[in-house]
Every structure is written in C-alpha cells, then in structure tokens.
Write a protein that binds this ligand. Structure first.
Ligand code: ADP
Ligand code: MG
Length: 436
C-alpha cells in the first residue's frame, strides 16, 4: 500500500504541480488500497468535494496505472477519532502544516506580563476555534516579540487536537502575491477554493503589509466574510493596531476590530531570563542562572537577538567542549555583547535630548509648538525609533500623540539629516552618548 501510494503521489505531483499537490493530495491518506478497492481519507467534506470534482479522474488514472487495473475509489472523511481501517504500522507522522514551524508551540512559549493577554487569547482560540468573542483574533506588537510564534502555536495545537483540521497559514505578502498570480493567470476559482472552501482555520501573519493594497484588501474582506459566516476561525497579526495601518479599508478595519485585539509588549528582564532558559532547554544547553542574567541584561528588547546570542554560546561550548559557565560566557561573548549598543529607554533618551537642547523633558513631551521645542521633540522621536526600534504607535503613546504624527516627525528628521550638518552632528553625538 505504501509503495503504490507513493508511486501515485509521485505521478500526481508531476501532473498537478508542487503547490496543488501539497494542498490537495498530500493530506490524503489511503486507509485501504488493494486490488478490490481504495479508501482515501480526506480532512473534511469541502475537501472531499473539491478533490473528487477536480482531481477524481487524475486519482483514478494514476491508481489504475499503479495497480494495473481499474479500482473503485471511495472517499472517507476523517472523524475526530477516525481509526484508519487497515492500520498495520505506526500511525503516519502528523502532516506538517505548510509554513508553520512544528516547534513553535504553546509549551515553549514563555508567558510574562508583556504577552500574557495575547497568550491567553491565542490559547482560547486554539481550544475553541470559531467561538465568539475571539473571532477574529488580532495580535499586534513590535517585531521579534512572539506574534508569529503564537500564530504557529495556534495552528499546531488545533492540528494536534483535530488531525482532520485544515490549517492554512499565510503571510499577508504571500496572500497578495498569490492573488496577483491568480488574477494574472486567470485562476481565481482555484485561489478562492484554497482560501474559502479549504480552511478550518486561517492564520494570516503581518497584515500591515496590506497597507494601500486595495485589491488584496477587497479579496481578503470577502474571504473573511465567507469564513466568518461559516464559523471558521481567523487569526491575524500585525505590528500595529488595525486603525493604525495606513490605507486599511474601513470595512476591513472594522472586521479586524470586531473580535479580540491582543498585544505583545517588550518583555521585562525576568521574562527575558525565563525565555533564555526555555531556549537553552530547547538547544540542550545547560544554562547557569548567572549566565542567563548576565546575557539577558545585555540584550534587552528583542527576543530574536537573544536567540542569536544563545545559539552562538551553544556553538562555542560545543567547539571548546566546555560548559556554559559565567566565566566562559564573559570570555567568549564579551566582544559581541559589549559591541552591542545598549538599548536606552525612551525617558532616558528624552532626558538626554532635553539636556542637549537646553530645554526640559516636560517641554519635549508637552504640546507647545514653538520652534525651539519642536525640533528637540522630533529628534527625540527619531532617536527612540532608531535606538529602541519601537513601533510608531508605541512612541506615540510616550508623547500622547498619534502614530501618524510620530511617523511624520521621523520622516522629517531623516530628510533634514541629509542637508543639515549641524543637526547631523547633534544627532550623532546624542546617539553615541545614549549607547555607551
Ligand atoms: P514576531 O512575529 O512578533 O516578530 P516571533 O514570533 O518571530 O516575533 O519571535 C521571534 C523569536 O523569539 C522566535 O524564535 C520566537 O520563538 C521567540 N519568542 C518570542 N516570544 C517568545 C516567548 N514568549 N517565549 C519563547 N520564545 C519566544
Ligand atoms: Mg512575525
């Protein structure tokens, strides 16, 4: 059975193309395959109808070729506890979800105050997909703070609880590109089938990418309505709130806002240390608490960066056949971590800028708009953006202004830096002082 099926798979892959194959054929599991008949198990009803109508003939042809004579083919829908009829071996390994990392799960997501709400919301969705009020769930926050991890965790959990569930993970960028191709090659029906009929769960990452892309937004809106009407779960992520995504169609915005909004914030030191320990465990690295503290205190902010340092440490330990002691870490990582600019906090930046321009921090944060205050205010925004990589809305909150104001200020300073040497010198000085 294994042999015949893999031959059939091979032929269908060539015939239908890799993408169609991955979507439609790969998830099929033969539960019976012999000269008298074939039972093919498919994830759900939609899936069965689609495969039967579109690939039924291809399947029959290839089975005929592989077995040497025609056989009746029957589709079976996988139930939650479906036990394959003729299971003689170990159950097949779970099918990976295209685009989803199998190791991004809830179990290795460290929960702290910074991400507690997003974690709880994601878990709620994974446990009861499609239920109100979590449909859709919209997770937002700065880069490297665990949004994609949570998205994958939802997919993996749902797949684990219900192997028949069809989880579709896509970045907004992929969605856009697929739509462009579908329009160009006149394959809209296939595109719509993929996004409407198929998924039990649609996970869309980095929705801010849709900013200003009207045609894609329109398609997403209709996809959303279609799925929502049928109680299918949708989860979005973005780096900002829906209303802060520029050029997001109002009706799409209200849909995004109609479910649950949950943010991920930069973790505090304790959470960073806990994440370090978790990642060390994943790597099989025995991490001394002292070392974790020492590293976490030097890589504040981005979890992705933290992982980079840890991978380096783990590789060095293997290379030198040494345990990861504090001394070892200090000896081998100091060069990397010391060159790592310090990540200053926004209020510290504001203080230094105020000092430099001989105004008060309150003036910088205030609302007065005379020129001697506006420049330092804009410089402070620009420096916070550059040195802490916070999102425009986050910075806006510090100044009690909206994200567009901050964005505008940052753009203005960036432009001015090219022409205004004095400004450039000031900014360079400040940057240096803030990072050392
Ligand atoms: P985002 O999508 O918000 O930019 P990611 O989800 O890609 O960020 O996270 C960046 C890296 O940090 C990933 O490898 C992820 O596993 C890890 N990470 C982020 N938050 C956590 C957490 N709370 N616990 C464990 N790992 C985390
Ligand atoms: Mg991401």
């Amino acid at each position: 059975m294994v042999e015949v099926w893999s031959q059939v798979q091979g032929s269908l892959k060539r015939k239908l193309g890799a993408q169609n194959f991955e979507i439609w054929i790969r998830p099929i599991q033969p539960t019976r395959l012999d000269h008298d008949g074939v039972h093919l198990q498919v994830p759900n009803r939609y899936y069965r109808d689609w495969v039967r109508d579109n690939y039924g003939q291809d399947l029959r042809d290839e089975l005929f070729a592989a077995l040497g004579h025609p056989v009746p083919v029957e589709f079976r829908i996988a139930g939650r506890e479906a036990v394959p009829v003729h299971h003689t071996q170990e159950p097949a390994p779970r099918q990976p979800i295209p685009g989803v990392a199998a190791d991004k799960v809830f179990d290795n997501f460290v929960v702290g105050a910074s991400n507690q709400f997003a974690h709880a919301a994601a878990l709620a969705v994974a446990e009861a997909p499609g239920d109100m009020p979590y449909n859709p769930l919209f997770i937002y926050g700065g880069t490297g703070l665990g949004k994609t991890h949570l998205l994958h965790a939802v997919g993996n959990r749902i797949r684990q609880d219900d192997p028949g569930a069809t989880v579709l993970y896509v970045t907004a960028e992929q969605f856009t590109n697929e739509l462009i191709d579908a329009l160009r090659y006149r394959q809209m029906p296939t595109f719509r089938d993929k996004y409407r009929k198929l998924p039990t769960l649609l996970l869309m990452d980095d929705v801010q990418f849709l900013s200003g892309k009207d045609r894609t937004q329109e398609e997403l809106f209709h996809t959303f309505e279609w799925l929502k009407e049928r109680g299918r779960q949708i989860v979005f992520t973005a780096d900002v709130l829906p209303r802060e995504i520029r050029g997001l169609e109002p009706r799409l915005r209200t849909r995004c806002e109609s479910g649950m909004l949950a943010d991920t914030q930069p973790p505090d030191l304790e959470t960073l240390v806990a994440i370090l320990h978790q990642k060390a465990d994943d790597l099989g690295l025995n991490l001394d608490p002292e070392v974790a503290q020492w590293v976490a205190a030097r890589v504040r902010g981005s979890i992705r960066e933290l992982e980079g340092v840890l991978h380096r440490l783990s590789a060095l330990c293997r290379l030198h056949r040494s345990p990861a002691t504090l001394l070892f870490a200090q000896t081998h990582l100091s060069a990397v971590l010391m060159n790592q600019p310090r990540v200053p906090q926004p209020d510290f930046i504001i203080e230094r800028v105020a000092e430099h321009y001989e105004v008060s921090p309150a003036d910088i944060l205030g609302k007065r708009r005379n020129r001697p205050l506006v420049l330092p205010r804009h410089v402070a925004m620009w420096l916070i953006r550059k040195l802490t990589a916070r999102s425009f809305p986050d910075i806006g909150r510090v100044f009690q202004r909206d994200h567009a104001t901050v964005q505008h200020a940052c753009r203005k300073i960036s432009n001015q830096l090219d022409q205004d040497h004095q400004l450039r010198r000031s900014v360079e000085q400040l940057e240096h002082a803030l990072q050392h």
